[in-house]
Design a protein around this ligand. Structure first.
Ligand code: ADP
Ligand code: ASP
Ligand code: MG
Length: 408
C-alpha cells in the first residue's frame, strides 16, 4: 500500500563537492516541506569508489574481496555523515544510518552480494519522530555481520529495496542527467530524453550498457511494482518514469541505442561437431566463473565447427588459459582472440509488433563500413558485436537511422 514516504536517491556526481551537497540538502528540505516523509539514499561522493578501487589495485592486482568490501563501504559512509551535517546545518532534523544499521542483510558474495532480507524498523521509527532518514547505498551485511557491497551502481538497488520494504510505491533517482536518453548523451549529443519507459526496456538498456540505472535495481522494481523516476538533481521538471508497459509505448519501434566497450571475442577453431562438446566447453568456463555473453557456432564443415563467444576484457587472460586447456582436451585445432570488441544494441518493446528493425540496424552499420562480427536477438532487442574502436560511430549511425532525436 502506497503511503506518504518518498525515497530520494542521489548519485555520486550530485554529491561531488560541498556546494553540490548543500544544494542536495536544500532539495531534500523542500521535499520535506511538502509534507512528505523522506528517506534519502546516497552514493559515495564523486569518483570515490573508483579511487578506492585504484588504491587497492596499486597494492595488488587481485585484492581480497572481503577487504575490498570493507574499503568500498567507507565511501557511502562519508556521504551519509556529510549529508546529515548538511541537513542539520539547515535546521532539518535528520539521522544517518549505514546499510547494516537499517537491517540490509545479504548473502556472502563479496563485491556483488544479493539482498536476502530487508529490515526497515529503525527507519520507520525515525520517520515517526519526524526525522529525514539518510541511508548509505551499496552496502549491507551478511548474517555473520560481515560488511558486503552490492556491485557497481548498487546504491540504485538499495533505494528500490528500501522503497519496497517501506511500501513507498515510487523511488526517485536524482542525477547529473535529467532522465533516461535515447542513447548516452556523452556520445550522441542529439539524444533526447524519454518521458516513459517500460520496465523490460529499461532492464535491457541497463543490462546492455546504459549506465544510468543498475540493471538489478530495475529487475527488483519490476518484481515489486515500484515506479522509478529518473530526474535532474538541480532542475524541478519531471524526468523519465519507468513502469509497466502502457499501450502508447507500442507506437515506438525503437526506444534507445546502448553500447558497451572493453569486451573480447574468443574463437575455438575446428571443434569436433558432436553432442556434448558445447556443454563441456561452457560448463568449464562457468566453473572458472567466466561470464560469457554472446555465443555463435558456425555451420559444420567436415565434422568440425568454430565456436565464438565474448567476455569482458578483464577476464581475458583467465579465459585464454581455460580455452588453451580445453582445445587440447576436445581435440580442437586451436583458438583465436580478438581482444578489442564492443557491442551496440537497439532496444524497444515496439519491436514485438514491427518487422524490419534488424535490417535497418544492419544497413546503418553497412553504410559506415562497420563490420558485424556477431549478432544476438531477443523479443525486444538486437545486439551486434563490432570492433571496439567503431562502437561510438555505430551508436551515432543507428541513432540517426531510427531518427531517435525525433522521439522527443
Ligand atoms: P549515479 O551516480 O546517479 O548513479 P551514473 O553516473 O551511474 O549516475 O549514471 C548517470 C550517467 O549515465 C549519465 O551521466 C550519462 O552519461 C550515463 N548514461 C549512459 N547512458 C545513458 C542514457 N541512455 N540516458 C541517460 N544517461 C546515460
Ligand atoms: N558508489 C558505488 C559505485 O560507484 C555505488 C553507486 O554509486 O551506486 O558503484
Ligand atoms: Mg550509478
Amino acid at each position: 500500500m502506497a503511503n506518504n514516504i518518498t525515497v530520494m536517491k542521489f548519485g555520486g556526481a550530485t554529491l561531488a563537492t560541498p556546494a553540490l551537497m548543500k544544494g542536495v540538502a536544500r532539495r531534500i528540505v523542500e521535499t520535506r516541506a511538502q509534507g512528505r516523509d523522506v528517506v534519502v539514499v546516497v552514493s559515495a561522493p564523486g569518483k570515490m569508489t573508483d579511487e578506492l578501487i585504484a588504491k587497492a589495485r596499486a597494492i595488488t592486482d587481485e585484492p581480497d574481496e572481503r577487504e575490498m568490501d570493507m574499503l568500498l563501504a567507507t565511501g557511502e559512509q562519508q556521504s551519509i555523515a556529510l549529508m546529515g551535517i548538511a541537513l542539520k546545518s539547515l535546521d532539518c532534523d535528520a539521522i544517518s544510518f549505514t546499510g547494516p544499521q537499517v537491517g540490509i542483510v545479504t548473502d556472502d558474495a563479496h563485491t556483488k552480494a544479493r539482498i536476502v532480507k530487508m529490515g526497515g524498523e529503525k527507519i520507520k521509527t525515525a520517520l515517526r519522530l519526524g526525522k529525514v532518514v539518510i541511508v548509505a547505498g551499496f552496502q549491507g551485511e551478511t548474517e555473520n555481520e560481515e560488511i558486503t557491497t552490492l556491485g557497481r551502481g548498487g546504491s540504485d538497488l538499495t533505494a528500490v529495496a528500501l522503497a519496497t520494504a517501506l511500501s513507498a510505491g515510487i523511488c526517485e533517482f536524482f542525477k547529473d542527467v535529467d532522465g533516461v536518453y535515447t542513447a548516452d548523451p556523452r556520445i550522441v549529443p542529439e539524444a533526447v530524453r524519454l518521458p516513459r519507459l517500460a520496465y523490460d526496456e529499461m532492464l535491457e538498456m541497463a543490462s546492455l550498457g546504459a549506465q544510468v540505472l543498475y540493471n538489478r535495481c530495475v529487475e527488483f522494481a519490476k518484481k515489486n511494482k515500484i515506479v522509478l523516476h529518473v530526474r535532474s538533481s538541480t532542475k524541478p521538471e519531471p524526468g523519465t518514469l519507468i513502469s509497466e508497459e502502457v499501450a502508447q509505448m507500442e507506437g515506438v519501434m525503437v526506444s534507445g541505442v546502448t553500447h558497451t566497450k572493453k569486451e573480447a571475442k574468443l574463437t575455438i577453431l575446428w571443434v569436433p561437431d558432436q553432442p556434448g562438446i558445447a556443454a563441456k566447453i561452457f560448463s568449464r568456463l562457468a566453473a572458472e566463473k567466466l561470464n560469457i555473453d554472446v555465443i555463435v557456432q558456425d555451420i559444420s564443415e567436415e565434422g568440425s565447427t568454430n565456436i565464438s563467444f565474448t567476455i569482458s576484457q578483464d577476464d581475458l587472460s583467465r579465459a585464454k588459459k581455460a580455452v588453451e586447456k580445453l582445445v587440447r582436451e576436445i581435440g580442437a585445432k586451436g583458438f583465436e582472440a580478438d581482444e578489442h570488441v564492443g557491442k551496440v544494441s537497439v532496444v524497444g518493446v515496439g519491436m514485438r509488433s514491427h518487422s524490419g528493425v534488424a535490417a535497418a540496424m544492419f544497413e546503418a552499420l553497412a553504410e559506415k563500413g562497420i563490420n558485424i562480427q556477431m549478432i544476438s536477438t531477443s523479443e525486444i532487442k538486437i545486439s551486434c558485436i563490432v570492433a571496439e574502436d567503431r562502437v561510438e560511430e555505430a551508436v551515432r549511425a543507428i541513432h540517426e537511422k531510427f531518427q531517435l532525436a525525433k522521439l522527443a
